[in-house]
Design a protein around this ligand. Structure first.
Ligand code: GRF
Length: 226
């Protein structure tokens, strides 16, 4: 996806709530270290706080309220129409809390990323921080992956790890992971914008053209200055 004309990669961000990952992305764009143009932020919830963050940054926002659609497929079709009006080359899920239909996922195959608060393939699904504490594991973290029809099951690109500390609560652990999410997601998006990561036809994540045998570990990777 390298762009000879050096034009920023057009993206659309989908949210459902708080929008802290969206804000981290916006900060990197404003700071000049992430060459993307956020053409729209779309929420399935009218009350999502992230819509205000986008508005404050001067980004176009839209709401496609899932409650106004009779079924999942109808909602996804409306969402797809809305996204495609902005002609993004990448769709960024940033706390978008919807199960997606296979047709929708297929339409954006290889050009839709998600961030998930666990070290996938461990702990897919909801409530990961509580489940991690209950399982008694020593390490937790966040993953960025290509989206496939298998929820939280697409090829993982990069991960950031954090220790689970004695006395952690789901909230303290979530805060430690979220701090890493804000470093991890802009970097993975930068790699996509530069054409360094892609998904091949076999559903494998490639980094600089080579299949990843394991996700890139953020430890030791130079961070974006934002
Ligand atoms: C993050 O923990 C992200 O990993 C998950 O949903 C949460 C969204 O948080 N998919 P925010 O809306 O970006 O603050």
């Amino acid at each position: 996806m390298s762009d000879p004309a050096n034009v920023p990669l057009p993206v659309v961000v989908l949210i459902s709530g708080r929008g802290s990952n969206l804000q981290a992305i916006i900060n990197c764009v404003h700071e000049g270290s992430l060459p993307v143009e956020i053409r729209a932020v779309i929420s399935n919830r009218p009350e999502a706080a992230g819509l205000r963050l986008a508005g404050a940054a001067g980004i176009h926002t839209e709401v496609i309220d899932h409650k106004e659609y009779s079924d999942r497929a109808a909602f996804d079709r409306a969402l797809q129409r809305c996204i495609d009006r902005h002609a993004p080359r990448l769709v960024i899920l940033a706390g978008f809390m919807r199960i997606l239909t296979p047709a929708f996922v297929e339409h954006y195959r290889g050009r839709m990323l998600n961030i998930h608060p666990s070290l996938l393939p461990d702990f897919p699904g909801l409530d990961t921080h509580r489940r991690v504490l209950e399982a008694g594991v020593a390490e937790h973290g966040a993953s960025v992956h290509f989206v496939t029809a298998d929820t939280d099951g697409g090829p993982v690109i990069a991960q950031a790890r954090v220790p689970v500390e004695p006395g952690d609560t789901p909230e303290s652990l979530a805060a430690r992971v979220l701090e890493q999410e804000h470093r991890l997601y802009p970097l993975a998006i930068l790699w996509y914008a530069l054409g360094r990561i892609r998904e091949d036809a076999g559903g494998c994540a490639l980094f600089d053209g080579t299949p990843l045998s394991a996700p890139v570990d953020m430890a030791g990777i130079e961070e974006l200055p934002c």
